[in-house]
Ligand binder design. Structure first.
Ligand code: FES
Length: 918
């Protein structure tokens, strides 16, 4: 349905119905309670009107309802006997080419249901079959004999996912879907979003059966009241920060299938290979199912929760006695719910008595928090995703959403394909860069120079909003003076971006009516990541494209599912829930009034400082929750040393991770599919997380574990349920005062700030004033400074790390799912010229060495990467990628410089190491 502004009233079989302008007669019939067969129609797709199964009469003419606009005052006949017969004939004709099992009693397809309604049976299906199957893909099964060539799968792949992996081949009745590349599905361009499975009306495309024998989306959507239908739980995806609403079908206590919610606020019926399919980890035999306690002989042995909690309580109390509260530290998690993060920071502040709590946003978007607060006042993206996809120019910087945030990537791609101008700034030619009007490829570590170069063009060509700058911004004179020297030619020398490309990009952004900036870790994970965020924000301020109708601001794509929420909840060493400073007496007393306990005023340790303190013998105890720091943190040799040095380490985990190996107590945790609470996604939306299945064995939510330990320490944490925890948080933090589980259950998603239970959330920020002390947006006049590492003769390549589409972060979940079959190893991408020069072949083993460590990977020779650069993910900790990365970090936030490491690469079999050893 195309949304229109005005509503239209018409009559369907004598009943008046009102539908939005742009709706079709199919929509009108649905609104009137008339269910028409509609085999080539899907609400996520534009109508094509090819199957002719939705015939109705309007204005005396027979028309296909799906492609006929609902006109005001129209009189539509849909249920007349002759129309039913016409539709039956159309469906029967389609069915006649199918084999009888297409309508077998076990077939849960949309077509089978339609046929049951119309009285069409297996005897009407007289096709001989024999067109063959394709079972090559781990998540998709194709039975060509059931294909009716409706094209829904092809259009889902093209119009929603933007991958164009499918096509219709053959002639006449033999026409059927096939991968566009011609070979097996597994070798096609398919990125396993599941859209084709979800839309297929016949069962031609299915996923391998789950616990309930579920094979298609149709079964899931049979709806309440059908005893054969599985239980369905609406929750929010626990992989990346997009926040897709998912419907989890549960049969026999296991996940049978996961489908994207058609009414998902962000994903709107779409999902990616992770949320849709990678749930196998939940039943992995490697799940931790009971607490483990390290014995005197060094072995970790199973114990009961009471023993484990009592031991943790005693050791924490001993640490506090020996070294004071500040000798205890905790790392909370962007994987955990808001309520768990809230409870953990409350535990550390009120039970232990320290602000030594941080979360893994330290490693990714801490510069976003610092930079956006400095520029605009609040620690979040400025606009909603709904608005972003209305932009007429997208500036996508340091992000590869097509792989790392596929649902966002797909919608941005759709926007670009429908006419928005697209500027991509990223060293690699990946994802959206292939569709970009201008692709800027700055050398890693030169973002600030690039952004200043763009700012200079905006100023020089008067592509700025003078009124906005005069009334709502500060710092223009200082910025103009600074960027005067960032001429396109100078910037070209620093960044490697041709001057003409820089100018072209600035003009596209500067001349757009509604430009938007979307960025990722390619902006933040640098030595000067906060400067990068601030100087990128400069562009939106110069254009007056933030807090106005003239654009859609600056929006970070958050990496982990709840990285925004973990910080929102105050799992930070200097900030309380809702971002009150621990150094601010008013913020402290607000929390103290709710908690009934004093809040320490001295900011605590950041994650890198915790490890340094442990190595220096100043840390007595460390609790790491939901984070495999030995796999994901930079320079992991130093992390392992810290954990070894720390006298007492607790690790809450799903699996026996590398970090768990260093722990004295391992607490088995519940996964996102098994717990209750909320997440906050990348555009600040609170959404509910609901348990679909039970955790295995004795695994518990982190929420329950924290209560157990606090109780064993003789201290209550109040808020016995996640719902009570969010309610308490709402009393502690004005930013969230209007939020509750009940409200989210009712409304689905609410964006903060939400100060009033009766008021709306705030999807778009700063409409009247910025949240800075003076109410102005602050331009940042900070100079470009070089990265911490530069290539030289000994280490001639720059290593950039990031994500691949099939995996997620350390891969602890996706490697324990069918996704492993899609991407079984980490690869090192390098340019063909570099490969040839160093005798490295595609698929060959290579050793990568930096000044900090060594990794072993498989080479992937590709021109996606620029000469002199190499790229790899860190989804397989065994490859040792994060041993390579340095300890350099953003000076403002301590975020590691993951994106720039000087390395050398050697084909295995050659001698590694030594100057020039690349
Ligand atoms: Fe209307 Fe196919 S659904 S023609």
């Amino acid at each position: 349905m195309t949304e229109g502004t005005a509503r239209v009233t018409l009559e369907v079989d004598g009943r008046a119905v009102e539908v939005p302008g742009g709706a079709s007669l199919l929509d009108a019939a649905t609104a009137a309670g008339v269910e028409l067969p509609a085999l080539c129609s899907d609400t996520r797709l534009g109508p094509v009107g090819s199957c002719r199964t939705c015939l109705v009469r309007a204005g005396g003419r027979l028309v296909a309802a799906c492609v006929t606009p609902a006109a005001a005052g129209a009189r539509v006949s849909a249920v007349a006997a002759d129309l039913v017969e016409l539709r039956r004939d159309a469906v029967r004709t389609i069915v006649s080419a199918l084999p009888p099992y297409a309508l077998g009693p076990q077939m849960p397809s949309e077509l089978a249901r339609v046929c049951r309604t119309l009285g069409i049976g297996p005897e009407d299906a007289r096709g001989a079959g024999g067109r063959g199957r394709d079972d090559s893909h781990p998540y998709v099964r194709l039975d060509r004999d059931l294909c009716i060539a409706c094209g829904r799968c092809v259009r889902m792949c093209a119009d929603v996912q933007g991958t164009f992996a499918l096509t219709l081949t053959g002639r006449g009745a033999d026409t059927a879907v096939a991968p566009g590349t011609g070979g097996p599905w597994a070798e096609s361009d398919c990125v396993s979003c599941g859209g084709c499975v979800d839309t297929c009306p016949t069962g031609a495309i299915t996923q391998p059966g789950g616990g309930s024998g579920l094979t298609s989306g149709e079964l899931l959507r049979q709806g309440p009241g059908d005893p054969a239908a599985p239980a369905v739980v609406r929750t929010t995806c626990g992989f990346c920060g997009v926040g897709c609403a998912l419907d989890v079908a549960v049969g026999d206590g296991a996940v049978a299938a996961v489908l994207p919610a058609l009414d998902g606020p962000v994903n709107r019926g779409h999902a990616c290979v992770k949320g849709r399919f990678a749930h196998g980890f939940a039943v992995s035999p490697e799940r931790l199912t009971t607490p483990l306690l390290r014995q005197d002989d060094g072995r970790l042995e199973p114990v009961g929760w009471d023993t484990a909690a009592a031991h943790v309580a005693r050791r924490l109390a001993d640490a506090i006695t020996a070294g004071g509260p500040d000798s205890v530290a905790a790392i909370s998690s962007a994987r955990a719910t808001n309520e768990e993060n809230y409870l953990f920071q409350k535990f550390m502040r009120t039970v232990v008595g320290t602000n030594n709590i941080d979360n893994c946003s330290r490693l990714c978007h801490a510069p976003s928090a610092a930079g956006l607060v400095a520029s605009f006042g609040l620690s979040g993206g400025t606009d909603s995703f709904d608005d972003l996809v209305r932009a007429d120019c997208l500036l996508v910087v340091g992000a590869n959403p097509v792989e790392a945030h596929p649902v966002v990537g797909a919608r941005l791609l759709q926007r670009a394909l429908r006419g928005a101008r697209l500027v991509v700034a990223d060293p690699r030619k990946v994802g959206l860069a292939r569709q970009a009007d201008v692709h800027l490829r700055p050398r890693p570590g030169t973002n600030v120079a690039l952004f200043h170069g763009l700012a200079r063009v905006l100023l020089a060509e008067d592509l700025v909003d003078h009124r906005f700058l005069r009334e709502r911004a500060s710092g223009l004179a200082e910025l103009a003076e600074l960027v005067a020297s960032y001429t396109p030619e100078h910037v070209a020398r620093v960044t490697g971006v041709p001057a003409a490309d820089l100018i072209a990009a600035a003009r596209l952004y500067g001349r757009a009516e509604r430009p938007a900036i979307v960025y990722g870790l390619g902006v933040t994970e640098h030595l000067h990541g906060t400067d990068g965020v601030r100087t990128l924000a400069n562009l939106a301020i110069l254009r007056g494209a933030v807090g106005t109708d003239g654009g859609f601001g600056v929006n970070p794509l958050r990496g982990q599912n709840n990285v925004q929420g973990a910080s929102d909840m105050g799992a930070l060493p200097d900030l309380l829930p809702g971002y009150g400073k621990v150094t601010d007496p008013a913020a402290r007393s607000r929390a103290e009034a709710v908690w009934g306990r004093p809040v320490p005023a001295r900011p605590g340790l950041r994650i890198p400082d915790m490890f340094a303190a442990a190595r220096a013998g100043r840390l007595q105890a460390l609790w790491v929750l939901g984070e495999d720091v030995c796999a994901t943190d930079p320079d992991t040799g130093n992390v392992e040393e810290a954990l070894t040095a720390c006298p007492f380490v607790v690790c809450s985990e799903l699996f026996p991770s590398r970090t768990a190996r260093h722990a004295d107590v391992v607490l088995p945790a519940a996964s996102w599919l098994e717990k209750d609470g909320t997440f906050v996604n990348f555009d600040r939306r609170f959404q509910r997380v609901r348990p679909a299945i039970s955790p295995p064995g004795h695994a518990r939510s982190d929420f329950a574990a924290l209560h157990a330990v606090a109780s064993a320490m003789g201290r209550g944490l109040d808020c016995p349920t996640p719902s009570a925890a969010l309610a308490e948080c709402a009393r502690t933090a004005p930013l969230f005062a209007g939020l509750s589980h009940e409200r989210l259950d009712r409304e689905g998603a609410v964006a903060w700030p939400c100060p009033d239970p009766a008021g709306p959330g705030t999807p778009k920020l700063y409409g009247e004033r910025f949240a800075t002390p003076d109410g102005l947006a602050h331009l940042a006049a900070v100079p470009y400074l070089p990265p911490g590492e530069a290539p030289d003769d000994a280490y001639p390549f720059v290593l950039v790390t990031g994500r691949r589409w099939a995996h997620y972060n350390s891969g602890s979940m996706t490697r324990r799912s069918g996704n492993l079959g899609l991407a079984p190893a980490d690869h090192l991408d390098l340019h063909p010229d570099d490969a040839a020069r160093h005798g490295i072949r595609d698929g060959g083993d290579v050793v990568v060495e930096s000044r900090h460590g060594r990794a072993r990977l498989t080479a992937r020779v590709t021109s996606e990467i620029a000469p002199g650069q190499v790229f790899c993910a860190f989804h397989f900790p065994a490859s040792g990628v994060n041993r390579l990365t340095s300890g350099h970090a953003d000076g403002v936030t301590s975020c590691p410089e993951y994106k720039v490491t000087a390395v050398r690469v050697l084909a295995v079999g050659k001698r590694a190491g030594g100057p020039g050893g690349a």
